[in-house]
Design a protein around this ligand. Structure first.
Ligand SMILES: Cc1ncc(COP(=O)(O)O)c(C=O)c1O
Length: 442
């Protein structure tokens, strides 16, 4: 029987000094396990239990934990006595910027931040500066960070969300208290895959931008329907607002060129994070030069402020350069490997779940997957919230964790396969899954 006694004790101890006992309260979950170390596809907790990891720090570790090439690049930067001076440019930041612009098709120029939320914050600020407008559109079921404008969505109960389109106001209190009413009035929360609502809002309000994940990956894997992203591009052009793809989760994970490269739809501005530096704190805001150049606009009144003591710190920059080079190398064939594992896992899960007569749908985009307990691919958050069996999802995750297969223990959270996963990991995952399903439907 698995024991988490030491984890329990540590959380109780930390609660004395940290509200909620954990840094970032979205990490507080049940079971509340204290993880200690990780290598490749495996992580260990302080009670000594071993897990195959599909959480990957909310999808950040795409090469796996403590990837040897990324670790070597970081060690080299330390050995070379690289410094963060906060004065002038560095060769490494230039090299990284060039690599990104070469690989991501619709990014001509970039700036760096430490976190995805800073990048999305700046993307919205940039859009407001470029258009001279204040209102923004976000997507229910999406997640774009923690700041005021975007703290309104993700997983919210249907009665809280209110009408399909909520022009002119946050439909509810959102993810956070403390958001000023004036901010809420400029944010319009609409459904994914719903072009009519975008047009509805754009006709009535001065919209600076729509910011969205091109695939909703904070409520599993909810894909854009054919023509949706293209339709957004057309509406943006017709109404003069900017199209921002938040690729913090999709970028570098699905392809070097991000989801924009796969879909061929051109955003005006994009944001990246997570996989780009294999878990080191680095994020990117990038896009068309005519917009990005507002960061260095010759007229002071039009210049957009970007600052941050730790922006382009040499350690995460070294990690990002090593990560991108590995992703691009024909020797490693990273995307082929994770794609094959994803397919094997999906086929195995489909086979296991088909035996039980329980409605399910396995959604997958290459290395990212989510098992829904409903009988069709979700179209948007409302569809999910109305049909998905949340209770079964919770129990399923809990039983898997008890057997050493770690998925974040909250319904709808995506599973992430890394380059370090092996066919042996997938086989073990399927064996344990079969055991769990038999238990659930005994
Ligand atoms: C799509 C998306 N955008 C933005 C963010 C925020 O990134 P960070 O947590 O690095 O601030 C996240 C984090 O999960 C994300 O998934």
């Amino acid at each position: 029987m698995i024991s988490w006694d030491k984890s329990r004790q540590l959380i109780a101890k930390n609660e004395q000094w940290i509200p909620g006992g954990v840094v970032s309260l979205n990490r507080r979950c049940d079971p509340n396990i204290c993880f200690h170390r990780g290598r490749g596809s495996r992580v260990w907790d302080i009670d000594g239990n071993e897990y195959i990891d599909y959480q990957a720090a909310f999808a950040a570790f795409f090469l796996g934990h403590n990837d040897p090439d990324v670790n070597a690049a970081v060690a080299q930067a330390l050995q070379d006595e690289r410094v963060l001076m906060g004065a002038g440019p560095t060769d490494m930041e230039g090299e990284l910027a060039q690599l990104i612009c070469q690989h991501v098709p619709f990014v001509e120029k970039v700036q760096f931040t430490s976190t995805g939320s800073e990048a999305t914050y700046l993307a919205v600020r940039l859009a407001r500066a470029c258009t001279g407008r204040d209102h923004i559109v976000i997507i229910q079921g999406g997640y774009n960070g923690w700041f005021n404008e975007v703290a309104a969505n993700v997983i919210s109960s249907l009665p809280d969300i209110g009408p399909r389109v909520s022009p002119g106001e946050y439909p509810f209190d959102g993810l956070s208290a403390g958001v000023p009413e004036s901010h809420k009035r400029q944010v319009h929360v609409i459904n994914f895959n719903d072009l009519d609502s975008v047009e509805y809002v754009a006709k009535r309000y001065p919209i600076a931008c729509i910011i969205l994940e091109p695939i909703l990956q904070n409520i599993g894997i909810v894909k854009p329907q054919p023509g949706y992203l293209e339709g957004l591009r057309k509406l943006a052009d017709a109404h003069g607002f900017l199209l921002i793809f938040d690729e913090v989760k999709t970028g570098f994970r699905h392809a070097l060129g991000g989801y924009q490269g796969l879909s061929g739809v051109q955003p005006d501005i994009s944001t990246f994070g997570k996989a780009i530096a294999n878990g080191y704190p680095l994020a990117v805001i990038g896009g068309k030069a005519r917009y990005m150049d507002y960061f260095a606009h010759p007229e002071k009144a039009k210049r957009v402020l970007i600052a941050g003591t730790y922006n382009a710190h040499p350690i995460p920059v070294a990690a990002a350069i090593a990560t991108i080079k590995k992703l691009a190398s024909s020797q490693h064939r990273v995307y082929d490997h994770v794609g094959n594992l994803g397919q094997t896992l999906a086929e195995g899960l489909n086979c296991i779940w088909a035996k039980f007569g329980e409605p399910f749908y396995l959604a997958r985009e290459r290395s990212a997957f989510c098992l829904y307990f409903m009988d069709h691919a979700p179209r948007d958050f409302h569809d999910l919230a109305s049909h998905h069996n949340f209770e079964l999802d919770k129990r399923y995750r809990f039983e898997l964790i008890k057997r050493g297969i770690y998925h974040f223990p909250l319904p709808l959270k995506q599973g992430s396969i890394s380059f370090a996963h092996s066919t042996k990991d997938i086989d073990e995952t399927l064996t344990k899954t079969e055991e769990v399903t038999r238990l659930l439907f005994r």
